[in-house]
Design a protein around this ligand. Structure first.
Ligand code: ADP
Ligand code: MG
Length: 559
């Protein structure tokens, strides 16, 4: 047939396919979640496009997903009557890798990082997970609005090539047919597929239908259908009607995560502007976060009156909360809102403010009531949260209150001391929160600068995370107390100490002059100091100087 052609995958697709099929084996059943998630996205897209162009629904407005299997043919199929794809879209979406997220995924996997099933959905390579259980995948698709003769058949064994053919398809939407590998028969059973749908996709907002099972357990390819998921937009229900398991199941589908969420907050705001937020804290950092990617943020879906509009994490959450996953459903935004308009929408500012407040409220509640969860949160996201000190001046004090640090009065390298703990232990008359920064905890804890503070029983916070110096640039004060590097400013001396220092300075006058002469321009001043007890000398900084290891970091970065 003239319309059939064979093409090769883009080199990177072949690589992704290989990695996905080899690394996902222990979680192979997630192929179903990923295909259903794509089908649900396709229904979302059609519903959205149909607002401007109702004719796209063409008499079939009941959007749905169907999962079926055929024992004889040994296939499992996932069908949707969503947006569908034209020929070019099929090539672009499943023959090439468009998103830079996928490139990062590849880089991550080809590096030391062990391939992990959690990566797959999060990086938009879900479609390929079908090849974990199938040795051949067929996609039949017809774009909404296209004629029956413009259907596309795509087929591949996942070995580097695929074929493409124009075919006649009676209905719009997409069918993905998995031709199962010889030892994957377990998926040819209705109960098995059903339990997977319920486990991973229960709260997909469209009905997922499966063939009614007959007494003899025959094929599920035709006949009557049952809806097997709850098909509810979970966030629209009242909180007291939602069980924890429902929240967790919804999170897993939303965040493409196998693990439970750490905590969540679900709120409805009524008033001149009404909206619902359901926001989750993951238990572990999502991979995009670990790789430092601040661009192309995913994870917060914007709905308008239950219609999915776009992934709007960047518009709805500041960078320092980019680990949050969830849903925002607004009642009053125009449905045809574009990303550009969103960025300057007043209503959105309010929603954004509410999201930030809810997340901070939630973290504060964990700190107050669930110390173990809070510790897990701080371990996973504490350093990301620190960015907020510089980024969100309006919430600086609230964020600072949530941070925990290692300290000379804490336990080892553990970060468990809050600024409030520190203030609670301050000596009478002390008005400064002292800290030291270094490249490592050991270097911070071993700094000779600490001697004078130890001798006087003054606590010092030990900072050794890369972000700390930058954060401290914006955190000059907390609760009316100044924060200061131990190498800067004047030590708190009492009357007799001050007298002693003056005498010592007088006595050492010739030595100091000689040293200054020897060191020349390399130092600004040579002084007698009360900072030391054991070491003979140390470098000290003027108030406006940068900390020595920060200078080194800048030099390494070529500044
Ligand atoms: P992601 O869903 O994160 O984009 P996938 O690998 O799961 O990544 O899917 C790749 C792309 O293929 C989708 O973005 C979409 O454009 C297209 N696609 C996959 N399945 C369908 C479907 N059922 N209907 C329409 N388009 C689909
Ligand atoms: Mg997908």
């Amino acid at each position: 047939q003239a319309t059939t052609e064979t093409r090769s995958f883009e080199a990177e697709v072949a690589q992704v396919l290989h990695l996905v099929t080899h690394s996902l084996y222990s979680h192979k059943e997630i192929f179903l979640r990923e295909l259903i998630s794509n089908a649900s996205d396709a229904c979302d897209k059609l519903r959205f496009e149909a607002i401007a162009e109702p004719a796209l629904l063409a008499g079939d407005g009941e959007l749905r997903i169907e999962v079926s299997w055929e024992r004889e043919a040994r296939t499992v199929s996932v069908r949707d009557n969503g947006i569908g794809m034209g020929r070019d879209e099929v090539v672009a979406n499943i023959g090439t890798i468009a998103s830079s997220g996928t490139r990062r995924f590849l880089e991550a996997l080809s590096g030391e990082q062990k391939a992990d099933a959690r990566l797959i959905g999060q990086f938009g390579v879900g479609f390929y997970s079908g090849f974990v259980v199938a040795d051949r995948v067929t996609v039949l698709s017809r774009r909404a609005g296209a004629a029956a003769g413009e259907g596309v058949k795509w087929e591949s064994d996942g070995q580097g090539q695929y074929t493409l053919e124009t075919v006649e398809l009676p209905e719009r939407g997409t069918t993905v047919i998995l031709h199962l590998k010889p030892d994957e028969d377990e998926f040819l059973a209705g109960w098995k597929l059903r339990s997977l749908v319920q486990r991973y996709s229960d709260h997909v907002a469209f009905p997922i239908r499966m063939p009614k099972e007959t007494a003899d357990g025959a094929d599920g390819a035709a006949g009557a259908w049952d809806t097997v998921n709850s098909a509810s937009a979970l966030w629209t229900k009242p909180r007291n009607e939602i069980a924890d398991e429902d929240y967790q199941a919804f999170y897993k589908a939303l965040g493409h995560d196998f693990n439970d969420a750490l905590a969540w907050t679900h709120n409805r705001v009524e008033g001149s502007q009404s909206f619902t937020t359901l926001l989750y804290l993951p238990a572990q950092p999502p991979f995009d976060l670990m790789m430092g990617g601040r661009d192309e943020r995913k994870g917060l879906k914007l709905y308008i009156k239950r219609v999915f509009v776009m992934d709007a994490a960047e518009e709805l959450l500041p960078g320092y909360l980019r680990f949050v996953r969830g849903v925002v459903d607004a009642d009053d935004l125009p449905l045809n809102v574009s990303r550009e308009l969103l960025q300057q929408n007043r209503q959105l500012d309010r929603i954004r403010g509410a999201c930030v407040k809810r997340v901070l409220d939630l973290v504060e509640k964990l700190a107050r009531e669930e110390p173990e969860k809070f510790a897990a949160f701080h371990k996973a996201f504490g350093n990301t949260l620190k960015e907020g000190i510089a980024e969100d001046a309006g919430n600086r004090e609230r964020i600072a209150k949530l941070l925990r640090f290692a300290s000379t009065k804490g336990e080892g390298a553990g970060q468990s001391v809050s600024l409030d703990d520190y203030i609670g232990r301050m000596a009478v008359g002390q008005d400064t929160i002292w800290y030291v920064t270094a490249d490592s905890h050991a270097a911070a804890a071993g700094s000779p600068q600490l001697e004078a503070f130890r001798a006087r029983g003054i606590e010092v916070l030990l900072m050794s995370d890369r972000i700390d110096e930058w954060m401290l640039g914006s955190l000059r004060e907390y609760a009316g107390k100044k924060l200061q590097h131990v190498a800067k400013g004047e030590l708190p001396l009492d009357e007799s100490e001050r007298e002693k220092q003056e005498e010592a300075t007088k006595a050492a006058e010739p030595l100091l002059r000689k040293l200054k002469g020897l060191l020349g321009d390399r130092v600004a001043e040579v002084k007698v100091s009360a900072r030391l007890t054991d070491s003979p000398s140390c470098l000290a900084l003027a108030d406006h100087d940068m900390a020595p290891h920060f200078v080194r970091l800048l030099r390494e970065a070529g500044q």
